[in-house]
Write a new protein. Structure first.
Length: 124
């Protein structure tokens, strides 16, 4: 479905009155469905918190337990556990149990790649 070139707020139409159908169609093909868009937005929202982002970036170096992450983030173990739960819910981190200790790591290489792209974007 192509967008209507009229402005629904003011009732005005685009002064140029040219819609490049090929560009609009290409954009529609490249944008995922609403469910996937919502999940992507959720990922960025979760990573938008500085503490959670700090935790995820620390995990790029390898797995860490809650105690290590709390020391790194300069916050309580309880606060880190809460943040890790949010990150797990979004499939950004996973955990591994070794006895009574839970170790956390990035869920997969895509998470590290996402962080790398964000850093590269800031440096370019």
């Amino acid at each position: 479905m192509l967008p209507n070139p009229s402005n629904s707020v003011t009732g005005e139409t685009c002064g140029v009155r040219v819609v490049h159908l090929d560009r609009v169609s290409r954009a529609q093909e490249d944008v995922p469905d609403e469910d996937r868009l919502e999940r992507m937005a959720g990922t960025f929202k979760v990573l938008g918190d500085p503490t959670r982002l700090r935790i995820v970036m620390a995990l790029r170096a390898g797995e860490m337990c809650v105690c290590d992450l709390a020391a790194f983030a300069g916050t309580s173990e309880s606060a880190v556990s809460h943040q890790l739960r949010r990150l797990r819910d979004m499939a950004l981190v996973r955990r591994r149990r070794d006895g009574q200790i839970l170790y956390y790591s990035l869920d997969d290489a895509h998470v590290a790649a996402l962080l790398g792209v964000a850093e590269a974007h800031l440096h370019d």
